[in-house]
Design a binder for this molecule. Structure first.
Ligand code: KG4
Ligand code: ZN
Length: 337
């Protein structure tokens, strides 16, 4: 089955053709990074306007790259939540129009579940596993029972992990987007220069939750307070110390989830899953099986949407033309074991 995936939830305009939920035949990703750079962040109105200009070429390009014709496409999967509503509407409306005009079945896909599926495009990973979604909008530690079934163990109680990266980078003028830039700076810095705090949230029912607002405030407003004598306050040292605190907070909760559930398989997804420190910290644990998607599949892309969409379409899920976009995730339970 050939599925055309369409992704436009934030600032990446992407379309892909994936065979049987596994084989990527094409994956076009048109990024708006340069357009939003002057603002040090994504401007929603500009993002949706740009999607409107790009979507036709991106979708047609992805179909042509795949070597298939539109008439060969068996189903369309489109991200319809969560994300920026104007951006989502562009991909969703385009998918609806194409599905209707070409008489192709289509389904809506949750962007978070699609990130969780991304690693399945490159590996055969049996369920259940511990899932880690870390992106600009979400930070979720969960037990993943199936492609459409995740039990949330912990989330952020304030900012998402990637958001903290972006805000720290914006404040210090490191550049945009912040995550990759801080990751690169950190590799040249000394993480002992500052001892930023880890919030003690792991009490009672909140033991898998994280919080990035306190860390962000510490890095931005209380730098001197956490500075260790003998180290310079360079961008590299700030980046390295922030990155250590941000990533080790996640790792601590993840290892706790592994210990409590007995599940030793971890699968990561989302933009921050591209982080070099997170990848090395988890990969050096010999008692764990850790899967990271390749870099291109960590950040927003339509291959993950087409991949998971195959499973919905295979079991007969069909969206109607009344399918709406939603800014928030739907249907996740927060379960504390
Ligand atoms: O998944 P994604 O492309 O979009 C959302 O769904 O949010 O994630 C984007 C986020 C941004 O916050 C970006 O700064 C962060 O992922 N990011 C990184 C790295 N690469 C991207 N954060 C840390 N280290 C990286 N190497
Ligand atoms: Zn994303």
């Amino acid at each position: 089955m050939l599925v055309l995936g369409i992704e436009s939830s934030c600032d990446e305009c992407s379309a892909a053709v994936v065979e049987d939920g596994k084989r990527i035949l094409s994956n076009r990703i048109a990024t708006q990074i340069d357009i939003h750079k002057p603002y040090d962040g994504v401007v929603p109105e500009i993002a949706s306007r740009t999607h409107t200009e790009w979507i036709k070429d991106v979708v047609e390009g992805a179909v042509s790259d795949s070597g298939a014709a539109l008439t060969d496409i068996d189903g369309i999967a489109v991200t319809n939540r969560p994300g920026l509503i104007g951006s989502l509407m562009v991909g969703l409306s385009y998918a609806k129009g194409l599905a209707f005009a070409s008489d192709i079945p289509f389904t809506g896909v949750d962007h978070i579940l699609a990130h969780m599926y991304a690693a399945q495009l490159e590996y055969d990973i049996e369920y259940p596993f511990i899932g880690l979604i870390v992106s600009g909008g979400h930070t979720i530690i969960s037990v993943v029972n199936d492609f459409d079934n995740i039990e949330v163990l912990g989330t952020t109680i304030d900012d998402a992990c990637g958001e903290a990266y972006d805000k720290v980078a914006k404040y210090y003028g490191f550049g945009y987007p912040g995550g990759l830039i801080i990751d690169k700076l950190a590799q040249k810095g000394d993480a002992d220069a500052f001892s930023f705090p880890d919030p003690s949230l792991h009490k009672g029912e909140h033991r898998y939750d994280v919080s990035y607002s306190g860390l962000k405030t510490a890095v931005i407003n209380q730098l001197d307070q956490f500075h260790n004598a003998g180290y310079e306050k360079t961008p590299e040292n700030i980046a390295a110390s922030f990155q250590k605190a941000a990533i080790e907070m996640l790792a601590k909760r993840l290892f706790k989830a592994v210990g409590d559930t007995g599940i030793t398989k971890i699968v990561a997804g989302g933009g921050v899953a591209a982080n070099s420190y997170l990848r090395s910290l988890l990969s050096e644990k010999n008692n764990l099986n850790v899967y990271f998607p390749s870099m291109l599949l960590c950040t927003d892309n339509a291959a993950m949407v087409a991949g998971i969409g195959y499973h919905y379409l295979m079991r007969g899920d069909r969206a109607g033309l009344d399918l709406n976009a939603g800014s928030r995730v739907a249907g996740f339970k927060k379960n504390y074991p």
